[in-house]
Design a protein around this ligand. Structure first.
Ligand SMILES: N=CN[C@@H](CCC(=O)O)C(=O)O
Ligand SMILES: [Zn+2]
Length: 424
């Protein structure tokens, strides 16, 4: 098979090769680094990984093979952002100032601002506007090294707008980032609506219709004091499961409402936030194999003084993934690399644990672990070449992008110097 692309001489080729499952405990820091490593690509897929010397000897390279010299640099899989709210209209920049003056996220929401503000703007925006804004944010994510992501609806709270958001995600999927779409009609109870009637509508009308139209792979719920109770959340998630939507949960973000236990009980693919999760909930998650998606950028953005108990999760054997939580209210940040910095400095993950969380575990958390998240033969050739000679520099150099080149399915998506590689 002709080799289209060879990335060679990487100081550290961080392959993340290993068992085909989310990594927990000691495996949370398993990187499988190849020194002076190389990766070969044909038709967008990885066909060989090994030392540069070995690949140059074995592979049938010819004049059509593009070669990228990564001498002195780190190469990793593309980052996978396992929690975003990508599609929305407007910003909530005024809220950022309000919080600085003492208002809390919960108070702003209860007063009809917060998510409700974005719902009003998103309902008023047409698909073209939502598409253009989301595309701009995706470009920013890609420049920071993200090549795949999960993204949710949740700013419509009516069928028309929720479906418009999901249709935008469907249109953007593969263009070129991979997007795993989630229905989050249970993001808030629409203002003025009766909570039980809204849950009834979600279960009897919205979820079946979203599933019938094939617009989502996952169903999510904001299980939180003053939003959806654990009982309502369970009904919503089980209805989603009955319609082939895998469950995931916004769990224990602001209060311990039993969200972690709920995620374990329904067999969710992930429980996200977990800032206030109980010990028993985390034990149940470990037993059920639920991935914890940590969103440390949110706590930083909201000015909270604590973070989710990440070290305890690792001790208990809960696999960790990382997400930006990109949204206009609680974390207006597209950089998963910056979130890795927070994971190290605020949650006390090591750089290796953070990198596993942002690649292979992220891929499993969005249901794409068989295809993405590591540099192994057969997987999609999504790679990042970093201006660094040690992978630990990625989170260490906080807020400065070290991304030199992003490759998606073996094609250059972004290059920091704007140049393209020469054929050999
Ligand atoms: N907490 C609920 N949803 C988002 C915030 C959405 C918003 O504030 O617009 C989150 O994950 O933090
Ligand atoms: Zn969220």
């Amino acid at each position: 098979m002709p080799v289209d692309l060879l990335v060679r001489n990487a100081r550290q080729l961080v392959s993340l090769a290993g068992p085909a499952a989310p990594r927990a405990g000691l495996l949370q820091s398993e990187l499988s680094i190849i020194e002076d490593g190389a990766v070969a690509v044909s038709e967008g897929r990885i066909v060989a990984v090994g030392s540069t010397e070995e690949l140059l000897r074995k592979l049938p390279l010819d004049g059509r093979t593009i070669q990228i010299d990564a001498a002195g640099l780190v190469v990793t899989p593309g980052l996978v952002d396992s929690h975003t709210h990508l599609v929305f209209a407007g910003t909530r920049v005024a809220e950022f100032d309000l919080r600085a003056q003492g208002a809390t996220y919960g108070q702003i929401l209860a007063a009809g601002g917060g998510i409700y503000d974005t719902v009003r703007r998103t309902r008023a925006a047409d698909a073209a506007q939502l598409l253009a804004t989301a595309r701009r944010h995706l470009g920013s994510m890609a420049r920071f090294g993200t090549t795949a992501l999960e993204a949710k609806s949740g700013y419509g709270l009516d069928l028309e707008t929720e479906c418009r958001q999901l249709a935008v995600l469907m249109e953007l999927d593969g263009q070129p980032l991979d997007i795993a779409p989630t229905f989050l009609g249970a993001h808030a109870v629409p203002s003025g609506a009766d909570p039980e009637s809204y849950v009834e509508w979600l279960c009897e009308a919205a979820i079946p219709e979203v599933a019938r139209r094939g617009l989502a792979r996952f169903c999510d719920v904001f299980c939180e004091a003053g939003v959806f109770t654990p009982e309502q959340s369970e009904r919503i998630l089980r209805t989603g499961m009955a319609h082939s939507l895998r469950p995931r949960v916004h769990a224990d973000e602001l209060h311990d409402t039993g969200g972690a236990s709920l995620a374990a009980r329904v067999g969710a693919i992930s429980a996200d936030h977990l800032h206030c999760a109980s010990e028993v909930g985390l034990v149940q998650m470990a037993a059920a194999g639920v991935i914890a998606v940590l969103l440390p950028g949110t706590a930083v953005f909201l000015g909270l003084k604590t973070q989710a108990p990440a070290r305890r999760m690792i001790e208990l054997g809960v696999p960790l993934a990382l997400g930006t939580d990109f949204n206009p209210g609680s974390c207006y940040c597209e950089s998963l690399a910056l979130v890795m910095s927070f994971a190290v400095s605020q949650c006390r993950l090591t750089a290796a644990e953070a990198l596993v969380a942002a690649t292979i575990n992220g891929a499993y958390a969005v249901g794409l672990g068989e295809r993405l998240g590591s540099l192994e033969v057969g997987k999609q050739a999504d790679l990042v070449i970093w201006d660094a000679d040690d992978y630990r520099l990625i989170p260490y150099h906080m807020g400065t992008s070290l991304v030199r080149t992003v490759l998606k399915r073996g094609q250059i998506l972004y290059s920091s110097n704007g140049s393209s590689p020469c054929p050999s």
